[in-house]
Design a protein around this ligand. Structure first.
Ligand code: FES
Length: 320
C-alpha cells in the first residue's frame, strides 16, 4: 500500500456497541507489539471483497499507550461502497487483515492551553484516544458529544464514566442540542477547537468559530469522507500510456490501484494532499470533492485529489 508500511493484524474481538456500530480489536498477527500512535491517528484497513480491493481509513480509539492492540469502530452505512458492510458481515474473530501503520492528521496541538472537542455520531472515535492521552498528561480538555438518539451514541456512557464532568452529552431525540455559539463564546484564550462528525456539522461549527473570531490556527477538523459516486469515465496516464476505466462507485485512486499502480495516499478522504496528481488535459468538468485545493487551484484545473475527486466527462489525462 502506498499509504506507508503495512502491518498484518488478526481480529481478536468484535463487539456491537451501538445501532449499526461495531468495535473491532486487532492484535499483531505475529503476536508482537504494535507501533505506538498518538491520539487522533488513523489506520487504513485493506479488505479483499471478491475481485475488489477496498481501503478505508478508521480512527484508532483505544489507548495510545497500549502496544498490545488497536481498536477501531465501524458504522455500517446505507450508502456504503462496500467497506463498512464487509467489516460488519464478512469478517470474523481470528481473520487476518492488512492495515497501514498509524498516521496522525488530527493530532492534539501542543500550543493549546485547553482542548475543546466537539464530536457528532461516530466522529467520537478519535476523541477517545485523544482524551486518554490528555488525561494521562494532565492537560485540560472538554468533550461535547452530539448524537441523534441514545442507542446511536457509541461510547457515551464509557466517556462519561472515564472523564466525568469533562464530558457533555447532547441527544437530539431528547431535545438537547449542541449549544455551539455558547460553547465557542465561553472559552479561555488559547483554547483549540477540534471537530469530527458529519460534514454539515463540521462546516457549521468551524464556520461559527470563524465568525466568532477564533484564529484559524486554533481550528482543527477530521473528516471521514467517502468518495462520492458519479458517472464512469476513463483516465489515461500520459507517461505510461495506460488507460483505466473508473466505475461509478469507484474512486480514481481505487481504479489506479486496481490497475496495479502504486499511487500515493494517506487519508483517502480528501484532506491531506498526499494523492495530489497533475492533470494534462480533460474533456469535461472536474468534480473536486476534497478539502485541500484552494479555490484558485480548483479553477486552474491543473491538479486533482484522486481519493475523492473525479471527472464529469469522458476522459481525464493524468501526468502519470
Ligand atoms: S489521500 Fe489524502 S487527500 Fe487524497
Amino acid at each position: 500500500m502506498s499509504g506507508g508500511a503495512e502491518l498484518r493484524v488478526k481480529i481478536a474481538e468484535i463487539e456491537p456497541v451501538a445501532t449499526d456500530v461495531r468495535r473491532f480489536r486487532f492484535v499483531a498477527a505475529d503476536g508482537g507489539a504494535l507501533p505506538l500512535f498518538s491520539g487522533g491517528a488513523h489506520v487504513v484497513v485493506g479488505m479483499e471483497a471478491g475481485d475488489r480491493r477496498i481501503r478505508n481509513a478508521y480512527s484508532l480509539m483505544g489507548s495510545p499507550f497500549d502496544e498490545s492492540s488497536y481498536q477501531v469502530s465501524v458504522l455500517k452505512t446505507r450508502d456504503s461502497r462496500g467497506g463498512s458492510v464487509f467489516l460488519h458481515e464478512r469478517v470474523a474473530v481470528g481473520d487476518t487483515l492488512v492495515i497501514s501503520h498509524p498516521v496522525n492528521l488530527f493530532p492534539v496541538d501542543r500550543r493549546a492551553r485547553k482542548h475543546l472537542f466537539i464530536a457528532g455520531g461516530i466522529g467520537i472515535t478519535p476523541f477517545l484516544a485523544m482524551a486518554e492521552q490528555l488525561s494521562e498528561e494532565g492537560a485540560r480538555f472538554e468533550l461535547h458529544y452530539a448524537m441523534r438518539a441514545r442507542d446511536c451514541g457509541a461510547y457515551a456512557e464509557e466517556a462519561a464514566r472515564l472523564y466525568g464532568g469533562r464530558v457533555h452529552l447532547y441527544c437530539s431525540a431528547e431535545g438537547r442540542r449542541l449549544p455551539v455559539d455558547a460553547l465557542l463564546a465561553n472559552q479561555p484564550l488559547g483554547t483549540h477547537l477540534y471537530v469530527c462528525g458529519p460534514e454539515r456539522m463540521i462546516e457549521g461549527v468551524i464556520g461559527a468559530a470563524r465568525d466568532a473570531g477564533w484564529p484559524e490556527e486554533n481550528l482543527h477538523a477530521e473528516r471521514f469522507q467517502a468518495p462520492p459516486a458519479g458517472e464512469p469515465f476513463r483516465a489515461r496516464l500520459a507517461r505510461s500510456g495506460i488507460s483505466i476505466d473508473v466505475g461509478p462507485h469507484q474512486s480514481l485512486l481505487e481504479a489506479l490501484e486496481a490497475a496495479g499502480i502504486d499511487a500515493p495516499y494517506l487519508c483517502r478522504g480528501g484532506a491531506c494532499g498526499q494523492c495530489e496528481t497533475a492533470i494534462v488535459s480533460c474533456d469535461g468538468t472536474l468534480v473536486h470533492n476534497d478539502h485541500y485545493l484552494t479555490p484558485e487551484e480548483r479553477a486552474g484545473a491543473a491538479k486533482i485529489m484522486t481519493c475523492v475527486s473525479r471527472l464529469a466527462g469522458r476522459e481525464l489525462v493524468l501526468d502519470l
